[in-house]
Write a protein of this length. Sequence first.
Length: 256
Amino acid sequence: MNCWICGDPATTREHKIKKSLLVALHGRGPYEGEAAVSHCDRDGEISGLQGPDSKKMKFGPNLCSACNNQRTQQSDRAHDELVRFCLNNERRLVKEEAIEFRLIYNTDPKSSSSRLYKYFAKHLGCDLADCDLPIPTDLRELFVAQKPKSRLQLTFAIDLDPVGLGFAGFGIAGNGPLITTAKNTRTKNDPRYIWSSHFGSFRIYYWYDCVPDCTLGTTWMGDSDRVILGRVTDQNRPKNSRSEEHTSELQSLTNL
């Protein structure tokens, strides 16, 4: 398989859940005994996780070394800073229902926010490659042509479902179901997607060429220094029964 960003041979595997996030939540491992960590795969099978570098935590090879390191390393660091800030200030952010990026990236908030946006584009692109779904050209151009934006919009929300997430102390992180059109799964020429990732009580929604649900936060494309956090409820949680409200003939593809 070739790198989905540049087309060179793919030799590296990106983490589905960032190693730094797993370390922040569970330590460096091994995850044994009282420190055991469970992993639920795309088929719903639950198994133990040995450590943050487990192959279970990685996509298949779909990036070359240059793209996964030099080309996107600053974006990875911007995401690490976001996670660290959110976990350290979780209860305050839940109460205030807003994230101020200038408080995270106090030296260069504009450039760092743009790099964070590109991290989410990279994350989505790796998942699409892993699912053998078409990757929009404008996601590639964020890295290859240094375009500032794509049709990817993001929203940030709080999910306090006591069974699902809860505060960071519960140590839960992962990715939600990937949603696309039935036409796209058949013909692979209708790239519209809804996806999500989560850690602690925070959920980030990815809306590619779809109308975002405004109850799940204000839209963000790396170009503003503040986002209002939405609230996830049983009524607005994206799932099969609601997916046609977002775009036609949507169906869910489990991805983790």
